[in-house]
Write a protein that binds this ligand. Sequence first.
Ligand code: C2E
Ligand code: MG
Ligand code: MG
Length: 759
Amino acid sequence: MPIKKSDSDSVHRFLRDEVLSTLCSKVPATMVATIFIATWVVVLFWQIVEREWLVGWYVLLSFLALERMYHAIHGCRYRGLSIEASYQRFRIEVMITALLWAFAAFFFFPEDQTEYQLLLALIVAGISSGGAITLVIDKNIAQAYSYLPLSALALRFLMCGDTSHLILFGMALVFMVILGLSIQLLGNILSKGILQRSELTAVRNRLDMILDQTPTGIFYYDLSFKIIDCNQALSDLMGVSKERLIGLDLTLLHNIEAFQILKRVVEEKNRLRYEGPYTSMLSGKEIWISAVVAPLFSNSGKIIGAIAVLEDKTKEHEVYEKYEFLALHDELTGLPNRKLLADRYRLQTAQAARNNQYSALLFLDLDKFKHVNDTYGHTVGDELLKEATRRLQMVLRQSDTVCRLGGDEFIIFLPMISSDLQESVMQVQRICEKIHRAISEPCEINGLKLYNSTSIGAVMIAGMDMGLDEVLRCADISMYHAKKLGRGITSFYEVEMDEKVKQAIKLEHRLRQAIERNELEVYYQPIVDIVGQRMKGAEALLRWKQSDGTMVSPAEFIPIAEESRLIHPIGDWLIDQVCQSIAKWQREECFVIDYVSINLSPRQVKHTNFFENTMSKIKNSGIENRAIKFEITESVLMDESEQTKAVLERFIAKGIGFLIDDFGTGYSSLSYLKRYHFESLKIDRSFIRDILTDEEDVTLVRAILDIAKEFGYRVIAEGVEKDLQREKLASMDPSIFYQGYLFSRPMDHDNFSAMLKKS
Ligand code: C2E
Ligand code: MG
Ligand code: MG
């Protein structure tokens, strides 16, 4: 790896450091040797050299040696100094030592004692060569250290002037040259080695730095599956220090699947990937990782281990899991959605078929949930759904699937109940009872106490004989049946229900066509006073005359129109027709009656803007408000909602009267008779039919007449067909009115116009 420019600084620094520490490493030993030799010098030259000089020199040299030794032992760094400055100081101290030895060579030189001269030469040569060897790493200082004492000695030999000393001078010079060359040679070799080492260290540092700052976790391992090295990111990822990771035995990994990948890479010498959960065996940290593992080869192409690069995918995985959960679950309740239900249904019915077992599917709809939502707001509605979910989960087994279809509709799939149909049905009944009980427990939401019930449609499934869509359809039909039967109950699916539903769907389709083809017509049936039989009013009745001339009874198509909400356009159309007809009759001055009554279904009353729309129709036609009256059944009054009450009161305030239709057939309390200012009670036809023969009916009619009198209501008897019936009623109360075939059947607009004109 070539050394980069950016590394040169660090190489330089490293070199200084390295040279200084190499030099320092030798200081303690050389200083001991220096003091030892200096001591010898003192002892040997005690008699020859002046003692003050000798002692002074010795003290200085020893002090310097001890000071250098002290610093060398303490890392060669002088307190408060940089490496550079420390190095300079080291050099200066070496130079002072060399000068002291040069001083000794020059001034302790005994001019006339040859043996001491040789002794001194030997000591100086030793000091110079010793210095050259120990300081060789820094050639300049090594040369200076060797040359200074030697030069002083050579100078003294030269100063003696005689031949033998001149020879010694020459020898000293030769020695200096040899020493200089050796220092040069050795110094070059050494500094090259150090430079290489420092360059390698710089490269290694750079690689370590890159490795550590790489955002992905990296580790490599050998053939015995021990981690050789790893980076900081891996340590962060695993929550384990690098020291603990390095040397880790990967064969002990708890995650077998991950280890198999590491093993296969080495065996197959191929790059492999691993993506999945990982639990660190050292820290216990749980993460989701994505790893690429590649084999590592030596220069000779032999596999020596592998390297793994890891990425933390925990966050991505969490997001993915969340989306996956949402794709299969309902966000509000966390329950499985239809897709997940379909999966489970397919698997579990297949298993049920293998075991010859019955399963069941329940279709639940919270009764009057819309009312809760409309009255208390969606937050309360949401909380109610969550509470219902919690209760359903409590009464069901783990193996059952509760799913939310949307709105307040829940599906419960009960797989593999029993291989006996009777037994299975009984079990489903028991479960349904539990559900009814759980749901009907009052629940408190935001300080409100809510009373709920649910209607359940149940379908028994033999093995896997029905697809989910079909089962859901049947369960839906039976749930509607349960609702019709009075809510809060369970209805098991029967084929006949299906027939009825199919017919209803057909009828609805035909009714839509009928509206488009103008096949609907308004008939009128007069309402007359019971004694004089003079027309006082009329009831508007819908007729559906099909293209082939056959009539469809309103009793048959009105409920379908209500269910499919077609009642709204039909009802509006009828009101419009009646208003227009009255206006026409008034213009023709034949409107001899007081009013025309129009039947309203409960749904119509609840429809938004019904009041405003109706009033504008009446106004646009130019007729008086009191020319219109509405007939409502007790079922409208049973609806306690504020909205219904308000609509009735607003109509009454506008002078539009109300007649209670089919009176006596409902079960509601009669308190409404007091609350509203209704005008008349219409005694249902069923009480009039047998009034001549059935005493009970007579008693009932009499009771109704009493009630009416008590509350100030007028009475209209419906379905009077015979004169005897009329006479009987007239004898009971001559002030009442009647409507029936006796006076007239309902007739179309033209016939009724003719009748009005005649009277
Ligand atoms: P309803 O309001 O009680 O109307 C009276 C029904 O009794 C009418 O039946 C009428 O033809 C019938 N009727 C009258 N006098 C006699 C009689 O002497 N003998 C017998 N056997 N029947 C008599 P229709 O026209 O078949 O209407 C049936 C029901 O359909 C009505 O009962 C009413 O509840 C509903 N309906 C009719 N038109 C409308 C409408 O425009 N809107 C709504 N919401 N319901 C309507
Ligand atoms: Mg009526
Ligand atoms: Mg009626």
